[in-house]
Design a protein around this ligand. Structure first.
Ligand code: SF4
Ligand code: SF4
Ligand code: SF4
Length: 295
């Protein structure tokens, strides 16, 4: 297929997730799926696109997007029309924020403390496609298991649940204390629950992981999650200089998340030079001042 007739703005295409492939005149279409939730009707459209413009396969990216390689440059204008028609969301490349990722969360996962699915959909507009010095990634996890790796993203939200016990229901089985010590703390940390001399659990908040294992194991529902919120991590990354994000808050209310995302992006733009990741720029800053700016 010849390419001379089609004139396209390659930078504009890159901004919208159409990335030059290794092979001359071919491009990869990067789409985005906020939180990884995709209706099967749309999924079928991906098949149509891959058959019509690609080579009948897709690549599932680590940021919960679907990529379709082998798009010939001459086909890009028609492809863009089809994407709009089918409601397929384009991803991003270059110096801007990426698709927000999330784990399955409380809608289906038995460990989930919050509905990450719904949250990811709500946050797409605020988190995606913003201009930044290098790239900016946001991840949300529904519990401490951290399946979407919030600590490795520029901005990460990790759901937390504060447990509370109703001693009037307790039958003294000791299961909560055993799970707290052996499963939560893995024997490496003082347990948050110890049994007193009357075989009643005593809760010590300072040792708690806030993931709710005690709530799940209690046979009489004496434990419940009193409140949920999010731990907030900033500056995580992999690549050349991998580093976990710094935790700057616990139990942040879900309603505060859009504001925190906006503040973190604006802080990144203020403190970083072109080509620098948020975490690298943070290394030269006073974290207490940054906390005030973001939270
Ligand atoms: S992070 Fe927790 S809630 Fe999310 S999928 Fe993993 S185990 Fe489930
Ligand atoms: S949520 Fe806290 S108290 Fe409950 S099992 Fe985990 S560490 Fe222990
Ligand atoms: S698991 Fe429930 S019933 Fe058993 S000791 Fe703990 S609170 Fe009491």
């Amino acid at each position: 297929m010849k390419s001379e007739k089609v004139k396209l703005d390659l930078e504009e295409l890159r901004t919208g997730g159409i990335i030059k492939q290794k092979q001359k005149d071919y491009f990869i279409l990067r789409t985005r799926i906020p939180g990884g939730y995709l209706k099967v009707d749309i999924l079928k459209k991906y098949s149509v696109i891959a058959k019509k413009y690609g080579r009948e396969y897709v690549h599932i990216s680590t940021r919960q997007g679907i990529e379709i390689p082998w798009i010939h440059i001459n086909n890009i204008p028609k492809l863009l029309n089809d994407l709009k028609k089918f409601g397929i969301l384009r991803g991003a490349c270059g110096p801007r924020s990426r698709n927000l990722i999330a784990c399955p969360g409380a809608s289906v996962c038995r460990f989930g403390l919050v509905n990450t699915e719904e949250l990811a959909r709500k946050l797409d507009q605020v988190a995606f496609g913003k201009e930044v010095p290098k790239k900016f990634k946001v991840a949300i996890s529904g519990c401490l298991n951290s399946c979407s790796k919030p600590q490795e993203n520029d901005l990460g939200f990790l759901a937390q649940g504060e447990p509370e016990v109703d001693l009037s229901k307790c039958i003294g089985c000791t299961l909560c204390a055993m799970v707290c010590e052996k499963v939560c703390g893995r024997g490496k940390r003082e347990p948050a629950i110890i049994m007193d001399e009357n075989k009643r659990p005593v809760y010590r908040e300072e040792n708690c992981f806030f993931e709710g294992d005690c709530v799940r194991v209690c046979p009489v529902n004496a434990w419940k999650v009193k409140k949920t919120g999010f731990a907030v991590y900033i500056g995580g990354r992999v690549g050349r200089f991998p580093k976990f994000g710094i935790k700057i808050a616990d139990f942040v209310d879900e309603k505060q998340i859009p504001r925190i995302i906006k503040n973190a992006i604006s802080c990144y733009n203020r403190i970083a030079q072109t080509g620098e990741r948020f975490g690298e720029a943070l290394e030269k800053q006073d974290i207490e001042t940054i906390k005030k700016e973001i939270l």
